[in-house]
Design a protein around this ligand. Structure first.
Ligand SMILES: Nc1nc2c(ncn2[C@@H]2O[C@H](COP(=O)(O)OP(=O)(O)O)[C@@H](O)[C@H]2O)c(=O)[nH]1
Ligand SMILES: [Mg+2]
Length: 246
């Protein structure tokens, strides 16, 4: 039986994880996958961690990694990846998935099956390949996303069209190759592009799979101005470094 750990960073997502986690587990089980949802929660005031534990109590296929405060999505993934690599050696894949309902569980299954079929090291859920799209995305968010992707391409030479997507399937063995480099990654949203750059530099095969990116179901986005600034500064630094290296 193939296995996957789904790392899911959360901050105030109680009402979303309540329905999302059971849905993921049902789908994975029906399709014959062994799965564990690893929630990385930053002491959410709305009690996300408790809700996740409650829905996971039946079956024991949910694990909650509790952190003391809001430390950033990037650092949540780093801690989650470490835990998965150390403790869940049975998993063939380690996945990234948002907790807000934007990433359909059916697509996760499609991405895993696509990874199996193609042998890719990484499969990215992508809004910018044929069949992928934003569902009711606000024009300003789409513009930010398009701009961020253009910057990633110019500055880091990233070939993936949706480099900022946080919906990914990564072969465990491929992630293990870069485990020593994980501390170099930043704590915020720019982590996603940095990680992809690292995997690309390590020679990984990266594929994209169409994603219909849905509006978040409950709550608010945590993407702020500080994140955008940190993103732009990383792109500038990476661009400079790459030009100097030539
Ligand atoms: N643990 C943790 N999770 C976070 C943090 N910031 C965002 N997230 C989670 O990361 C995922 C994506 O965040 P979201 O606000 O939906 O970003 P957006 O989709 O770009 O608007 C969601 O599951 C959030 O709860 C954080 O600082 N710590
Ligand atoms: Mg979201």
């Amino acid at each position: 039986m193939r296995g996957a750990v789904i790392v899911m960073p959360t901050y105030n997502e109680a009402e979303n994880v309540r329905w999302l986690i059971p849905k993921i587990m049902d789908l994975m089980e029906t399709a014959g996958w062994r799965a564990l949802v690893l929630v990385v929660d930053d002491n959410s005031p709305d009690g996300t961690a408790e809700v996740a534990e409650e829905v996971g109590a039946r079956g024991g296929r949910v694990e909650v990694l509790r952190r003391p405060g809001k430390l950033g999505i990037g650092s949540a993934y780093i801690d989650g990846f470490r835990r998965a690599l150390e403790k869940h050696g049975w998993a063939d894949y380690i996945c990234e998935m948002d907790a807000d309902g934007s990433h359909p569980p059916e697509t996760l299954l499609g991405m895993l099956e696509y990874a199996e079929k193609t042998g890719a090291d990484v499969v990215v859920g992508s809004r910018y390949v044929r069949g992928g799209r934003w569902e009711r995305g606000s024009p300003s968010r789409i513009l930010i996303s398009r701009g961020a992707n253009l910057l990633a391409r110019i500055s880091a030479g990233i070939k993936v069209r949706d480099a900022t997507s946080g919906f990914r399937v990564i072969k465990t063995a491929s992630l293990r190759k870069i485990i020593d480099k994980l501390p170099q990654l930043r704590s915020g949203y720019v982590f996603q592009v940095q990680l992809l750059y690292m995997l690309q530099e390590a020679g990984c095969g990266i594929e994209e799979y169409p994603l219909r990116f849905l509006p978040r179901v409950m709550g608010e986005s945590k993407l702020g101005k500080g994140e955008i600034l940190s993103y732009a500064s990383w792109c500038l630094r990476t661009f400079t470094r790459r030009v100097l290296r030539r």
